[in-house]
Design a protein around this ligand. Structure first.
Ligand code: SF4
Length: 370
């Protein structure tokens, strides 16, 4: 038995892990890392089989934010080279949603920069959401509009919104280091408002902002108290033009350890591999699918992600299947799909593009590819 099996057993019994146990995951050696992933996979498989839920981001309003979150390319004073625009028109939003759903997304995440929506913003968005639900009744709609004030969560729920995302991002202790225009309790308050209104709470973190292992455990513990249904784990995308530009603290194995810790804290919640996976996990992305059960498809709010087709191929090649909201149960809990790859999309019949005749190196006038 590996040192992580008892932790997986605890998670499967829904018992919280101790700080020491989570530290043993975050500090495990490279020799032990695959054992940690295997333990997390056992938990993931129990609740989600080999299914991967796809989520699709639509940035309704980009940049021009008055808040100063230091990790964010849309922040006050950001010099990041991003697209900036005010609210998309309803038809532009629906077009973007159609694209994500057409590619397999089970959830669309409608995001707007800013401190929080005005009542007028909520009203305007409400009719767009009703149209989206008419177009795609099986698809979940998540809103992410910032801090909510009285009655807004309820009105979003009435319009058909299923979930609300508001990340805690880091520990309460560190929150003042990454943002000064709102505080940790504001964030907690909005997640609670969403939950009380009947919206499915989605709240996660960003790793790679200079936090310690203890900070990460504090953030996971604070999130656990909110009982989120979904937990996005982001890895800092250190945009030039933001205060955290040049901060590259993460490596692929560190990212895996963080994901394993998140899975053991949230055994039956949707743990979502979110922003920054391509640049930080790099070649270990398929291994991370054994821990998480959800990813964003395609691009992020202000940066480009791996192409959607490459995501789908990665899922298929790793032996996982895309969660189909029309065919699978609404919640992903219970049951494994088995380990044989049954139900996976067919392998591509022809990948002639992968076989390229060599035109360089020995016997040619061009230097070799070494
Ligand atoms: S995270 Fe949200 S609130 Fe903070 S700066 Fe970015 S867009 Fe504004």
């Amino acid at each position: 038995m590996t040192i992580f099996e008892p932790l997986a057993d605890k998670a499967l019994r829904r018992e919280p892990l101790s700080r020491e146990e989570l530290l043993s995951v975050l500090t495990c050696s490279d020799d032990d890392l695959l054992d940690a992933v295997a333990a997390a996979f056992r938990v993931r498989r129990r609740h989600f089989g080999r299914r991967v839920k796809l989520n699709y981001l639509v940035n309704l309003k980009s940049g021009l934010c008055p808040e100063d979150c230091s990790y964010c390319s849309q922040r006050l004073g950001s010099a990041a080279d991003i697209v900036k625009y005010t609210w998309l028109r309803p038809e532009q939003t629906r077009e973007a949603v159609d694209c994500g759903v057409g590619a397999g997304a089970a959830r669309v995440c409608l995001v707007a920069s800013g401190r929080g929506p005005t009542d007028r913003d909520v009203d305007r968005l409400g009719s767009t959401i009703e149209q989206i639900k008419d177009d795609h009744p099986d698809v979940e709609v998540c809103a992410c509009l910032g801090l909510l004030s009285d009655g807004q969560a309820e009105r979003l729920r009435e319009a058909g919104v299923d979930a609300y995302n508001h990340n805690l991002n880091t520990s309460g202790e560190r929150y003042g280091d990454i943002c000064t225009t709102h505080d940790f309790t504001d964030r907690v308050d909005t997640v609670q408002r969403a939950k009380h209104a009947g919206l499915s709470p989605c709240s996660g973190l960003i790793a790679g902002m200079g936090e310690t292992d203890d900070d990460l455990i504090d953030a996971l513990t604070a999130l656990r108290e909110l009982e989120p249904d979904s937990v996005p784990v982001n890895f800092l995308i250190p945009f030039e033009g933001t205060p955290l530009a040049g901060k590259w603290d993460l490596d692929p194995r560190r990212c895996l350890r963080i994901l394993v810790a998140a899975r053991l804290v949230f055994p039956d919640a949707e743990v979502r591999l979110a922003g920054g996976r391509e640049i930080h996990l790099r070649g270990l992305q398929p291994l991370a699918l054994h821990v998480v059960n959800s990813i964003f498809l395609g691009d992020y709010l202000t940066s480009e992600g791996q192409a959607g087709a490459a995501d789908l191929e990665m899922i298929r090649d790793a032996g996982f299947t895309v969660h189909d909201p029309a065919a699978d149960p609404a919640t992903d809990s219970g049951g494994a799909d088995g380990g044989s790859g049954n139900g996976a999309a067919a392998e591509p019949a022809h990948r002639r593009d992968l076989v390229k005749p060599r035109r360089r190196g020995a016997g040619t006038a061009l230097p070799p590819n070494a």
